[in-house]
Design a protein around this ligand. Structure first.
Ligand code: ADP
Length: 381
């Protein structure tokens, strides 16, 4: 025995009640969204006849809705793209979607636009596909910017290579005449020193000094251009402790002279370029020695893992650097002192920055005047 049930009686649940007003409102809101879209939104039948055309489509293609309604969609296809329309419609008829298809369309005044199309089937209440809705986004500007950017990048790479070659050959070729100046002025001093009068000796001294300084500048410029080519070789297993030992041996006499105490801790084994790490350690330690204060010099080299990089630190207790110069000192030939105060070419930190940045790392300094400096740099682990 079944209990009387209410199926069949015309009881309508309140939440299922068909609210015509709400539905109309919703429809109007959707229509407003379609109308106000920046993209072209176009409805068409399966045989390509335009059935709706929003304001975005008017703006992008230049045709008013009344000009195109009832016409075939091929009206906006350039001659060489007409073929793709039946292919797209055939896919829609099979129930497929076309997503972000990049192609070209033609405006009313004949301009060719690059567009990204997304086309999807429209179904009736029973699920039968009765047409297609197409969203076309004008990406002409974006593509043009992208192409300009690619072209600018290529030009930049070319000019970098040229500059690199120029710097290399210029500095290489300058060595020869410079050697002549240096050799002959040294000979002049040896053979004729004392015969040219006090002023003559003084001038020879300037020539020799100038030639030596020029020699250092050229060496550093060459080191700078070479810093860029190092990473073209394959990475190897690098023992940072061994790299530091090599550098300390190279700098032995400067270390003894300055009575520097140099310690290292936590230095890793990693894959990289040993020569680069040595050059970084060497330039930073030479600076720590050069810019020491009156205190007994202490230099500490440390490292720690930071994400996918190793972060190295070279810390000294020297004269320190005013924070306003923390960026500037990494520029080429940028120095804070005259050669009379401290020798140098202003290239050491520029070379360090080039090495580190080409390897995909970063270099920076933490320092205050009179409070020592810590140079940090990172290298991919
Ligand atoms: P250079 O030492 O040949 O002048 P660098 O590029 O190595 O060139 O350094 C640029 C400037 O940064 C130096 O002239 C100096 O003023 C400052 N500097 C670099 N290292 C230190 C340091 N450890 N302590 C204080 N000042 C430093």
């Amino acid at each position: 025995m079944s209990a009387p049930h209410e199926r069949g009686t015309e009881l309508v649940m309140p939440e299922l009640q068909f609210d015509l007003r709400r539905a109309t409102e919703l429809q109007q809101r959707l229509a407003a969204i379609v109308e106000s879209s920046d993209d072209a939104i176009v409805g068409k039948s399966l045989d390509g006849i335009i059935q709706s055309w929003n304001r975005g489509a008017e703006r992008i293609f230049g045709y008013k809705a009344e000009e195109v309604m009832g016409k075939h969609i091929s009206i906006i296809a350039p001659p060489d793209r007409v073929d793709e329309i039946p292919r797209i419609l055939a896919r829609i008829a099979r129930g497929e979607r076309v997503d972000h298809y990049e192609t070209e369309r033609r405006t009313k005044d004949g301009r060719i636009l690059t567009v990204s199309l997304t086309v999807s089937p429209i179904r009736d209440a029973s699920g039968v596909i009765i047409g297609a809705s197409k969203i076309a986004r004008d990406i002409t500007e974006r593509i043009r910017h992208q192409q300009e950017l690619e072209e600018a990048n290529r030009a930049l790479t070319r000019s970098n290579v040229d500059l690199q070659q120029f710097a290399y050959s210029a500095s290489h070729d300058m060595r020869e005449p410079l050697r002549t100046v240096a050799t002959y002025s040294a000979m002049l001093k040896r053979k004729c020193g004392g015969q040219l009068g006090e002023l003559g000796d003084e001038y020879i001294g300037y020539i020799i000094e100038g030639a030596e300084r020029m020699q250092k500048l050229i060496d550093d410029l060459l080191a700078f251009t070479r810093a860029a080519t190092m990473e073209e070789t394959d990475p190897e297993e690098v023992d940072a402790n061994a790299a530091l030992s090599t550098v300390l041996k190279t700098l032995e006499s400067a270390i003894q002279e300055s009575a520097a105490s140099i310690t290292g801790s936590g230095l890793p084994l990693f894959r990289g370029h040993r020569f680069q790490l040595e050059q970084l350690f060497q330039n930073l330690i030479v600076n720590a020695i050069r810019y020491r204060s009156g205190k007994p010099l202490e230099i500490h080299v440390a490292s720690e893992r930071s994400g996918d990089h190793w972060q190295f630190a070279v810390q000294d207790n020297g004269i320190g650097i005013d924070p306003q110069y923390h960026e500037r000192i990494f520029g080429m030939f940028k120095r804070l002192h005259s050669p009379a105060e401290y020798p140098g070419t202003g290239m050491g930190l520029a070379i360090c920055r080039r090495i580190v940045e080409r390897a995909g790392g970063r270099i920076w300094v933490a320092s205050e005047l009179g409070r020592g400096s810590t140079f940090f740099f990172t290298l991919p682990a």
